[in-house]
Ligand binder design. Structure first.
Ligand code: ADP
Ligand code: MG
Length: 589
C-alpha cells in the first residue's frame, strides 16, 4: 500500500493560496499588479465589507485574448517570463503565474477581458478552481475581475480574517502603496460604494498633496541622487512630519513596494540627531537598480528582496538622505538649535549626564518635602502666584522668591538655591510633568479651557485614520481643542489648549492619533499616552530662554504636581545636592 499521494492540482492551488492570498488586501495587491503589468492608464478598485464580500478591479490595460483568458487560471501560467534569463531580468510586477489560480481556488471569480476596442470579449466564471462558464460577452478593451465569497471553502483561513473595518484598513494601506508607486496612473477606490480616492494621473508631488493634504509640500525635501548603478528618487519629510509609528514610510525598488529593515534603518540613522527613539520620519523613496542585481524571488508575495553589495546600497541611501537633510538645515525651524544640542535629543547622552550627577547625589526621593498645598495669598507675589492652582506656603516661598536664587543654565536647566543646598531642574521635563498631570485630570474631569485661534487650521486625514480620529474626538475636546468637521476626512481646528504653541496642533493631533491606533485596545495606556504626547508637545524646550517670573512659575507648578521627581517617560526632573554633599565634595568634612 502506498502512503504517498500526488496531490490534485486543485489542492495544490489551495495550498499555494495559503502563501500568496492571506486576506482581502493580498487579493487586491495581486490584481492591481496585474493591471499595472497590463499597462493600464486607469485602475478602479471597489470593495465591500473590507473585501470580505466583494473585490472588484477594473482596468483599461491590454486585456487577454480568448486563449490567454483560459490559460491565465492555470498554475504557473504567465505571459511575463519564458526562460531562466528572463527570471534574472524581471521588469514586471508578476512572474510566478500563481496569483489567479490561487485566488480562484478559494473564491468565486468572474473575469471579463478584451484585447480590442470592440464587442469581442470573453467572460470566465470559476468557483473553487472549477470552471462554471466561459462565454463571449461585450466589454471594451481591458479587464474586469470580480472576487466574491473569499475563503468560502477554507473555513480556517476565513476565521483568521479580522473585522470588516480592519480588513478595509489593510486594503486601503495596500492601495495607497500603489497610488504612490504609480502617480501616472489614474486611480479610483471605493469602499461600500463610498468613494475613498479618485485621483487623476499626476506627478508624485501632487499625488502626495491629494493624499496627505496640500500643506504637505511645505514639509517635503526632494531626494534625487545617482551613482553608477543605483538611482534614488523621492521625498523625505522634515520634522513636521515625524510620527510615532512607521506608517508613512514607503520604500520601492524598481517601483515595487518592499519592506527592508536595513534600508529603513539606514534612513532612520540619517535622522539620528533630529529625532527621538520611537519617532519615525516620513519618506517615500524609489530605488532603481539593474534587475540583474536584485532578487525579487525570495518571498511568495515578493515583499522582501535580496541584492548584491547590499552595504553599498545602504551607505548610498544614508549619504543621499544626509545630503538632502543638510541642504535644508536653515529652513527647518529649530534645526540649528537641535543640531547644536544633540545631547538633549540623544537620550543616551542625556541619561549619562544626569546619572553622573545622580551618582554624587542622594536619590531625588530624599528631597525635603517642599510641597505645601496651603494657599498663599497675602504678599506681593500674589499676582504671579494667582495664576496657579496650588502654591507654596509663605516659608517655602521664601526659599525661591525672597532669596532670588534661580538661574537658568544653558537655556536648559534651572538652578535654584534651597535652604540646605541646591536643586537643578530640567526645564523641559519639568514642564512636561506639569502638563501631563493637567491633561490626566482634564481627561476624567472638567476638561481644559480652550483658546480661540485667529486663523483656524484645516487638517486632512487619510480616510482610514479619520475613522479612528472620530473615536477619540471627545478626548481632544477634553484637553482643550475646538474641532469641527470640514469636508471629507478633514477637520478645522478653531481652538487650542492654552499650553499648546500655535502651529503645533497638526502634529499633536496626529501624534495622539498614532498612539491611539497603536494602543487602542488598552484604555489606561491610551490615557497615559494622550496625556504624555500632549505634555511633550506643549512643554517648553531645551533652548528656550525663560524670564525669571517664568522660572518661578515653573518651579511652583512643578512642586504642586503629584510626582515632581520623574517625567511621564521616567526621566528624572530634579537633581539635588545638599550642603552636606557639597561640604563632602570639597573635603571640608
Ligand atoms: P503573473 O502575474 O505572475 O504572470 P497571474 O496569475 O497574476 O500571474 O496572472 C496570470 C496571467 O494572466 C498574467 O501573466 C497575464 O498574462 C494575465 N493577466 C492577469 N491579469 C491581467 C490583466 N488585468 N490584464 C491583462 N492580463 C492579465
Ligand atoms: Mg500577477
Amino acid at each position: 500500500m502506498n502512503k504517498i499521494n500526488v496531490l490534485s492540482s486543485n489542492l495544490i492551488d489551495q495550498i499555494a493560496a495559503g502563501e500568496v492570498i492571506e486576506r482581502p488586501a493580498s487579493v487586491v495587491k495581486e490584481l492591481i499588479e496585474n493591471s499595472i503589468d497590463a499597462k493600464s492608464t486607469k485602475i478602479e478598485i471597489h470593495i465591500k465589507d473590507g473585501g470580505k464580500s466583494l473585490i472588484q478591479v477594473i482596468d483599461d490595460g491590454h486585456g487577454m485574448s480568448k486563449n490567454d483568458l483560459k490559460l491565465s487560471f492555470k498554475r504557473h501560467a504567465t505571459s511575463k517570463i519564458k526562460n531562466q534569463t528572463d527570471l534574472s531580468q524581471i521588469k514586471t510586477m508578476g512572474f510566478r503565474g500563481e496569483a489567479l489560480p490561487s485566488i480562484a481556488s478559494v473564491s468565486l471569480v468572474n473575469i471579463k477581458s478584451n484585447i480590442n476596442n470592440n464587442d469581442s470579449g470573453y467572460e470566465y466564471k470559476i468557483k473553487g478552481g472549477q470552471k462554471i462558464s466561459f462565454k463571449p460577452i461585450s466589454i471594451i478593451k481591458g479587464t474586469s475581475i470580480t472576487i466574491k465569497e473569499l475563503f468560502y471553502n477554507t473555513p480556517a483561513r476565513k476565521k483568521f480574517l479580522k473585522s470588516k473595518n480592519t480588513e478595509y484598513q489593510q486594503v486601503t494601506k495596500v492601495v495607497r502603496t500603489f497610488l504612490l508607486s504609480n502617480p501616472e496612473i489614474e486611480f479610483i477606490y471605493s469602499h461600500n460604494e463610498k468613494n475613498i480616492y479618485s485621483l487623476s494621473a499626476q506627478t508624485l508631488e501632487n499625488r502626495l498633496k491629494n493624499i496627505y493634504g496640500n500643506t504637505i509640500s511645505e514639509s517635503l525635501i526632494i531626494v534625487d541622487n545617482n551613482n553608477n548603478n543605483i538611482k534614488l528618487k523621492g521625498y523625505i519629510g522634515n520634522l513636521n512630519l515625524i510620527k510615532k509609528r512607521p506608517s508613512n514610510q514607503y520604500l520601492y525598488i524598481n517601483d515595487r513596494y518592499i519592506k527592508d529593515r536595513l534600508i529603513s534603518s539606514s534612513v532612520n540613522k540619517a535622522y539620528l540627531n533630529l529625532i527621538d527613539r520611537g519617532e519615525f520620519p516620513f519618506y517615500i523613496l524609489k530605488i532603481y537598480l539593474d534587475p540583474e542585481i536584485v532578487d525579487f524571488n525570495v518571498h511568495p508575495t515578493k515583499k522582501e528582496v535580496r541584492f548584491e553589495n547590499e552595504w553599498k546600497i545602504y551607505q548610498f541611501i544614508k549619504d543621499s538622505i544626509l545630503d538632502s537633510l543638510s541642504s535644508i538645515e536653515n529652513t527647518i525651524p529649530n534645526y540649528q538649535t537641535i543640531k547644536s544640542s544633540p545631547s538633549f535629543y540623544n537620550k543616551n547622552n542625556l541619561f549619562t549626564k544626569i546619572n553622573n550627577i545622580n551618582d554624587i547625589t542622594p536619590k531625588p526621593t530624599s528631597i525635603p518635602d517642599l510641597l505645601d498645598t496651603t494657599t498663599y495669598a497675602d504678599s506681593k507675589e500674589t499676582k504671579i502666584a494667582s495664576n496657579f492652582n496650588r502654591m507654596f506656603s509663605k516659608d517655602q516661598k521664601e526659599m525661591f522668591f525672597e532669596t532670588g536664587g534661580i538661574w537658568q543654565i544653558a537655556n536648559k536647566y534651572l538652578f535654584a538655591e534651597i535652604n540646605d543646598g541646591i536643586i537643578i531642574i530640567d526645564q523641559h521635563v519639568a514642564h512636561e510633568r506639569i502638563l501631563y498631570e493637567e491633561a490626566i485630570n482634564a481627561l476624567d474631569g472638567e476638561g481644559l479651557s480652550s483658546q480661540t485661534i485667529l486663523f483656524p487650521e484645516t487638517i486632512k486625514f487619510l480616510p482610514d485614520e479619520y475613522n479612528s480620529f472620530l473615536d477619540i474626538l471627545k478626548y481632544f475636546e477634553k484637553i482643550g481643542f475646538k474641532i469641527r468637521e470640514f469636508g471629507e476626512n478633514t477637520i478645522i481646528v478653531e481652538g487650542l489648549p492654552s499650553s499648546i504653541p500655535l502651529g503645533s496642533e497638526d502634529n499633536l493631533l496626529k501624534n495622539i492619533l498614532d498612539e491611539y491606533i497603536t494602543y487602542n485596545d488598552n484604555d489606561t495606556s491610551f490615557m497615559h499616552n494622550i496625556a504624555a504626547t500632549y505634555a511633550c508637545k506643549g512643554a517648553i524646550k531645551a533652548g528656550d530662554k525663560l524670564e525669571i517670573e517664568e522660572m518661578k512659575a515653573l518651579i511652583n507648578k512643578l512642586f504642586a504636581t503629584d510626582n515632581p521627581y520623574y517625567c511621564p517617560h521616567g526621566r528624572p526632573i530634579i537633581v539635588r545636592m545638599s550642603e552636606f554633599e557639597l561640604d563632602k565634595r570639597f573635603e571640608r568634612i
